[in-house]
Design a protein around this ligand. Structure first.
Ligand SMILES: Cc1cc2nc3c(=O)[nH]c(=O)nc-3n(C[C@H](O)[C@H](O)[C@H](O)COP(=O)(O)OP(=O)(O)OC[C@H]3O[C@@H](n4cnc5c(N)ncnc54)[C@H](O)[C@@H]3O)c2cc1C
Length: 310
């Protein structure tokens, strides 16, 4: 792993840097490349434009590791309100949530109740709710809680990370559940004992897992694969693989982040692929934003340039 990536991932955890960066105007401006704004209405406005281009969205409010039951309940309220806005506007978005935002650090029961409430409400508008996967301290709890809530709410899906060595086994256990599964490479700094560290190994793991998700037994069990990646080589491979194996385009989707590889997003939509764009919004953007920089240190120069832009 590059030094820059390690430094940035460490910086993403720093309270000192977070407090300073969030007050700095040029940093706030540079975030606009990756998020349309801090409010739900900003995200809905961006969604309207993207839907017009054949790119429905997944919305997520930034924020992690809350400290009180009241904060976690307020996040639950927010997502229910956001889904009400989807009902009012007719936009096709789905929501994606982090369990630490719903109170996982406080208690399993708090996060479970908040997720179940959001999922129950999402079902009333016919939408899915995605559960993001966070750092490895939360992997088991996230999968356990996902299963518990999924038992009563089939519209819940979960993310899994190709860089974790355990994920092949986790996927085998998830296949019979027949859920929507988002496969991503993984965005945190995990040790070699539990994670593949080189791009080559992570990519190979991603392809193996993706092909597993597209196998007939998985699809027949109800698995809906969401491939969260901007990696053109992998995207092309999956297109070829699905076609060669007769997997129809409606049975799976690509998922990409707002502002990243925009031409590829449009090209896939034009080719008739399902694709969703994940739009983040909210005031707690610092750790999330620095993880985006870590994924592509060249983005740091983009931020630096923004410092001098008008
Ligand atoms: C929809 C979605 C949901 C996600 N959910 C989670 C989650 O729940 N948990 C989790 O750990 N991670 C999540 N991630 C992040 C993911 O783990 C990766 O960190 C991220 O997607 C970068 O990996 P990549 O697959 O795009 O490939 P990479 O190998 O990192 O990149 C491939 C190419 O894509 C482009 N690219 C990638 N990232 C950027 C960027 N930031 N800026 C500009 N260009 C870029 C570059 O051209 C790069 O060469 C999610 C990603 C997506 C798209």
């Amino acid at each position: 792993m590059g030094v820059m990536r390690s430094v940035l991932l460490a910086a993403s955890q720093s309270t000192f840097l977070r407090e300073r960066a969030m007050r700095t105007r040029f940093v706030r401006r540079a975030t606009r490349r990756f998020m349309p704004g801090e409010t739900l209405e900003d995200a809905l406005a961006a969604t309207r434009v993207l839907e017009g281009q054949g790119l429905p969205t997944i919305l997520t409010r930034l924020g992690e590791n809350l400290e009180s039951e009241a904060d976690a309940a307020a996040v639950g309220d927010h997502y229910v309100r956001a889904q009400e806005r989807l009902r009012e506007t007719g936009l096709k978005s789905e929501m994606s949530v982090k369990l630490t935002q719903l109170g996982l650090d406080l208690s399993h029961a708090t996060a479970r109740a908040n997720l179940a409430r959001i999922a129950a409400h999402a079902a009333t508008i016919g939408r899915r709710v995605w559960v993001d996967m966070e750092g490895s301290a939360y992997t088991q709890a996230t999968l356990d809680l996902f299963r518990e809530v999924r038992a009563g709410h089939p519209n819940v899906g979960v993310a899994i990370q190709a860089y974790l060595r355990r994920t092949a086994d986790d996927l085998e256990a998830l296949v019979p559940v027949g859920a929507a599964i988002r496969l991503v490479k993984g965005a945190y700094d995990e040790p070699a004992a539990i994670a593949f560290r080189s791009k080559r190994e992570v990519d190979a793991s991603y392809v193996r897992l993706a092909e597993r998700m597209l196998r007939p037994d998985a699809l027949d069990a109800g698995v809906f694969p969401g491939f969260g990646t901007h990696d053109e080589r992998i995207v092309a491979h999956l297109q070829r693989h699905a076609q060669a194996n007769g997997v129809a385009k409606e049975r799976w989707e690509f998922e990409m982040l707002y502002g990243i590889r925009r031409e590829l997003q449009s090209k896939l939509a034009a080719e008739g692929h399902r694709i969703r764009v994940l739009v983040s919004y909210g005031e707690a953007w610092f750790p999330w934003y620095v993880r985006r920089l870590a994924e592509r240190p060249a983005n740091v120069w983009f931020v630096a340039r923004s410092a001098f832009a008008r």
